[in-house]
Design a protein around this ligand. Structure first.
Ligand code: NAI
Ligand code: MG
Length: 493
């Protein structure tokens, strides 16, 4: 087995390998790295560490599979059947996959069980349905010609994913790539490589031919950079920080102009108007910032609250935050687990320090939660009296820290909400349907939620304006990321 985690105890010190050309192998260098359980700080497993030489091997396998292997000749409907088989296998192993991500990432088992894995199943099943429904068009051109388009897979794709939703990000990437007939070299994040490896086993079990999906745990500047700058990779899809997104684009530009899609950071405005159903808005604000320990790119980290209801919203939010059960992620009652790493915890704590130093008020939390365990736990944190100019209001924190910001007029709130280099998501809470839709149009973000937050569906596009990214994931929109359009001309006379 590439990775064997059947119980938390058995997980310790198990070994993960690289999936290349249908086999689990060691890195050519023989190097390995450790992945930790963030809720204890202990080593969970040793994993083979891919670098450039392994990326070369994997790209070669993916290229051969794309051009010569059974995959290259497979009917679209059969591709769909393979994806459906994989969907079923994920469903059959849902509990195990939820456990792996909880152990490797530190997120609560109730979330991996009820959010992550169901969304993975939703996504893979959705793209299974697309495989045989990707069609070209006939175009009424001038002259005695027949002109039509073919939609063809872009080729070998590199996919580099983050640690916050390890299995789900793998599914968002693999679903459309496999539905369109591409082959893949996927690099999971170094903090959370295990669920992708287990998924790799299920991919083989489902019957995907060798080389179609290659999975290479490793680090960004080595394995990640080798993928992004590889001359034989046709497209790179990345999810992670805006900073690394920039590097990816640069590497793509300097190597072979491979196609690039990016899903990057955010600093979402979550706007509560005084005519909202306040209790629902407060619950939405809680989900918006505390889901997944706040390690969410679309987290509602700037809570704009209209003057009239500001104090009520903040005091209700405080009551919720203080009631959140933080602790052992394996306990089904736990609502917030550990931050993914000590490094991430430190970043969040630095932001808390900065908020205090710049004069924001700590409503609750603001520090490490040592009572929750020896892992990297935070207290759910709320700042009020936050000014737009403060660092905590400008930069992505990627932790359970929300800034409550007052406003007196909605036009002003929208303007201030938009005043950020990010544009991934935004939300508005109001009973006024006209205002809600008008505001939705004015918000410069790829996703706008009205009277809800963090709502997802495999059929609905997700992605960012501005520095939050390029391209859209999910829905039929994501298929375009993996397709080339060929225009074919036929003389009729
Ligand atoms: P990161 O952007 O460094 O990591 C994401 C992925 O990129 C990982 O697989 C990593 O190995 C890879 N990577 C890193 N450097 C690379 C390079 N030079 N070339 C190719 N691949 C590379 O994110 P990190 O450092 O783990 O987190 C830092 C911050 O990034 C977070 O605090 C958060 O603000 C943001 N972030 C945003 C995410 C999102 O979903 N938009 C996800 C993860 C982090
Ligand atoms: Mg880990």
């Amino acid at each position: 087995m590439a990775v064997a985690i059947l119980s938390p105890e058995k997980a310790i010190s198990r070994k993960g390998k690289l999936l290349i050309n249908g086999e689990f192998v060691d890195a050519l260098s023989g190097k390995e790295f450790e992945t930790l359980n963030p809720s204890t700080g202990e080593v969970l497993a040793h994993v083979a560490e891919a670098d450039k030489a392994d990326v070369d091997r994997a790209v070669k396998a993916a290229r051969t599979a794309f051009e010569e292997g059974p995959w290259s000749r497979m009917n679209a409907r059969e591709r769909g059947r393979l994806l459906l088989r994989l969907t079923q296998l994920v469903a059959d192993h849902a509990d195990e996959l939820a456990l792996i991500d909880t152990l490797d990432n530190g997120k609560p088992i109730r979330e991996t069980t009820h959010v992550d894995v169901p969304l993975v199943i939703d996504c893979l099943g959705y793209y299974a349905g697309w495989a045989d429904k990707i069609e070209g068009e006939t175009i009424p051109v001038n002259g005695p010609f027949l002109n039509y388009t073919l939609k063809e897979p872009v080729g070998v794709v590199g996919q580099i994913i983050p640690w916050n939703f390890p299995l789900l990000m793998a599914a968002w990437k693999l679903g459309p790539a496999l539905a369109t007939g591409c082959t893949v070299v996927l690099k999971p994040a170094e903090q959370t490589p295990l669920s992708a490896l287990r998924l790799g086993e299920l991919i083989l079990e489902a019957g995907f031919p060798e080389g179609v999906v290659n999975i290479l745990p490793g680090f960004g500047p080595t394995a990640g950079a080798a993928i992004a700058s590889h001359l034989d990779v046709d497209k790179v899809a990345f999810t992670g920080s805006t900073e690394v997104g920039r590097l990816i684009m640069e590497m793509a530009a300097k190597s072979n102009l491979k196609r690039v899609t990016l899903e990057l950071g955010g600093k979402a405005p979550n706007i509560v108007m005084s005519d909202a159903i306040i209790d629902e808005a407060v619950k939405g604000a809680v989900t918006g910032i505390f889901l997944n320990q706040g390690e969410v790119c679309c987290a509602g980290s700037r809570l704009f609250v209209e003057d009239k209801v500001h104090d009520e919203v903040v005091s209700k939010l405080k009551a919720y935050a203080e009631g959140i059960k933080v602790g052992n992620p394996l306990d089904p009652a736990t609502e917030m687990g550990a931050q993914v790493s000590e490094e991430q915890l430190d970043r969040i704590l630095n932001y808390c320090q900065s908020g205090k130093a710049e004069g924001a008020t700590v409503v609750t939390g603001g520090g490490r939660n040592t009572a929750a365990g020896k892992g990297y736990f935070m207290h759910p944190t709320i700042f009020s009296d936050v000014k737009d100019s403060m660092k905590i209001a400008r930069e992505e924190i990627f932790g359970p820290v929300v800034s409550a910001i007052r406003f007196s007029e909605i036009g002003e709130a929208v303007q201030r909400g938009n005043r950020t280099n990010y544009g991934l998501s935004a939300a508005v809470w109001t009973r006024d349907i006209k205002k809600a839709h008008t505001i939705a149009r004015k918000l410069r973000a790829g996703v706008v939620w009205i009277n809800t937050y963090n709502t997802f569906d495999a059929a609905s596009p997700f992605g960012g304006y501005k520095e939050s990214g390029i391209g859209r994931e999910l829905g039929k929109h994501a298929l375009a990321n993996y397709l080339e359009t060929k225009s074919v001309w036929v003389a009729l006379e």
